[in-house]
Design a protein. Structure first.
Length: 526
């Protein structure tokens, strides 16, 4: 292989010059905290970035990529960076999946850093609140899952420490778990520590399909709202301009809720690291205002893409973004507010992704996986394996263009019969073979008034459940409730409950992949 020698003087742009915490190494030569032995760098066609610190402004830094010989050699100069510290950055030329490699970094004074056991593959960031923070130690069959981690040495894991900052940081304040080879110790450390179960299982299932290295970065904090994971730019798009992140460190480090606190400390420092995509499990903390989430969630995705792709040869400006639609919580069939609205807003009111507002986005439906006896509380179901299986299926289709039937059945047409006593729902233009496991979940909104707003109130007085249905391989036929006779039929909705069904027993599933049809609501016209 031809050795690549390049002399580059890279203008290193850092967000967060005003960083308060996170003052970094004063040594002559050092790395940013996101780099180290066992790391995964993003494979070709991307250009992975590596950066660090030096106390000698203007010094020449040389970076070499090696296996048995020098494969690349790149030089750059140290310039003044955040907090008056000298910083340097290089971009490696694209490298195909594989390894291990070593990276040698040295300056003109003879200081040397060597990073060993470096792999090239796909790097995924995993973020959100407690259901993303929920660790492998808490899942069903945890002992076997943890032991199985030893079988995947080409998966590497990294966990960001839970920290807050009132201004964007250029480096992590601290790291909970540095880059580590997957093992029982690195994956099964303990409850609520490391490693994230959804993140691990998603990466494991991806690796089993792709057969090349996967790097997983967990950056999560239980109980946190989306506003604290969003930059001020993203929040301003939704009219959120008040700076609410001025709490003291003692206050915000309990459960941070202020604007941008975790974006500043736990996401922004990773912007110079080249990534492939991100997955997200959050929304419970925003259940009190689903309509706002309809703006803040798409805005956050768009903003993350803009910020991560400021150097376009590193991370794609349209990198794939996956999420878990909220799971069930309380065992109460009457709760129709909160979580159902968030699930709808997670899709920007389309019911499915990708869609015109949320392009290159994929999801896993989880509403049919209740765990009312979870020792971690019913809001934290232990079946993360099914969640990750569904998320991986959709990720392979959307993020990797691997042909998969990755979406659950979704209505493509509804029509009343001539007597207006039955409503026929056709799924996926007749292209998906469906099965029904329950008679429950469908509701009509009816009233004597033509005012549709009665359907949007928290009260269930205008909603009437369907008590019987029939189905074919591609349709579901609903018997209109007798309470809707001689009434205006305004809307239809499905699975519009915090906990809509017993475990894997909602009404509509795909036969091919056993994916549940997601919740939806739609206007009706006769």
């Amino acid at each position: 292989m031809k050795v690549l020698f390049t002399l580059c003087f890279i203008f290193l742009y850092f967000k967060g010059y005003q960083g308060q915490k996170g003052s970094r190494k004063d040594a002559t030569l050092s790395l940013a905290s996101s780099y180290g032995d066992h790391m995964v760098l993003q494979k070709a066609p991307a250009f992975p970035g590596i950066w660090g610190y030096s106390s000698n402004i203007g010094d020449v830094i040389t970076v070499q990529l090696l296996n048995t010989k020098i494969l690349q050699q790149i030089q750059t100069t140290v310039r003044m960076g955040p907090e008056g510290k000298g910083v340097w950055k290089v971009l490696l030329s694209p490298v195909g999946a594989g390894g291990p490699y070593s990276i040698k970094i040295y300056n003109s004074e003879g200081d040397i850093i060597t990073i060993n056991d470096v792999l090239f593959g796909d790097v995924w960031v995993c973020s959100g609140q407690s259901n993303m923070q929920f660790t492998v130690a808490g899942v069903y069959n945890a002992t076997a899952e943890i032991a199985d981690a030893a079988s995947f040495p080409d998966i590497r894991v990294f966990t960001v420490a839970m920290e807050t900052a009132t201004v964007p940081q250029y480096d992590f304040i601290s790291v909970e778990e540095p880059w580590s080879v997957a093992s029982p110790a690195s994956v099964g450390h303990g409850n609520w520590t490391y490693f994230s179960a959804v993140c691990w299982l998603y990466g494991k299932y991806l690796h089993q399909k792709l057969n090349y290295p996967i790097g997983l970065v967990a950056s999560d904090w239980g109980g946190t709202p989306i506003e604290t994971w969003s930059s001020t730019d993203a929040l301003q798009k939704c009219g959120l301009t008040e700076d609410s992140n001025t709490d003291t460190d003692e206050q915000v480090n309990a459960v941070p809720t202020g604007h941008s606190l975790l974006w500043n400390a736990m996401i922004h420092p990773f912007l110079n690291y080249t990534i492939y995509g991100a997955i997200w499990y959050q929304g419970e903390a925003n259940a009190g205002n689903p309509s706002l989430y309809n703006c803040t969630f798409p805005a956050m995705i768009d903003d993350w893409r803009v910020k991560f792709s400021e150097n376009k040869v590193q991370t794609s400006g349209n990198f794939p973004f996956g999420f878990v639609q909220l799971a069930a919580d309380r065992d109460d069939a009457t709760i129709s507010t909160g979580f159902p609205g968030i699930r709808w807003s997670q899709t920007a009111s389309y019911g499915m992704v990708p869609n015109p507002t949320m392009k290159n986005v994929f999801m896993a439906v989880a509403m049919d996986l209740p765990d009312y006896k979870s020792p971690f509380g019913s809001v934290h179901p232990r079946d993360k394996q099914t969640v990750a299986t569904r998320l991986t299926l959709s990720g392979l289709a959307v993020a990797y263009s691997i042909p998969e039937k990755f979406q659950g059945p979704f209505p493509s047409n509804v029509a009343f019969d001539e007597q207006n006593t039955k409503l026929i729902i056709t799924y996926d233009m007749g292209q998906t073979v469906i099965t029904t496991r329950s008679q429950n979940g469908f509701e009509f909104c009816c009233s004597a008034s033509t005012d549709v707003s009665v359907c949007e109130t928290a009260s269930l007085t205008s909603w009437f459940p369907v008590t019987s249905l029939t189905s074919s391989s591609t349709t579901v036929t609903l018997n209109v409730p007798t309470s809707c006779s001689n009434q205006q039929m305004h809307m239809l909705r499905y699975a519009w409950r915090e906990s809509p069904c017993p475990y894997k027993q909602c009404a509509v599933y795909s036969v091919v992949n056993e994916l549940p049809g997601p919740p939806f609501k739609m206007m009706l016209s006769k």
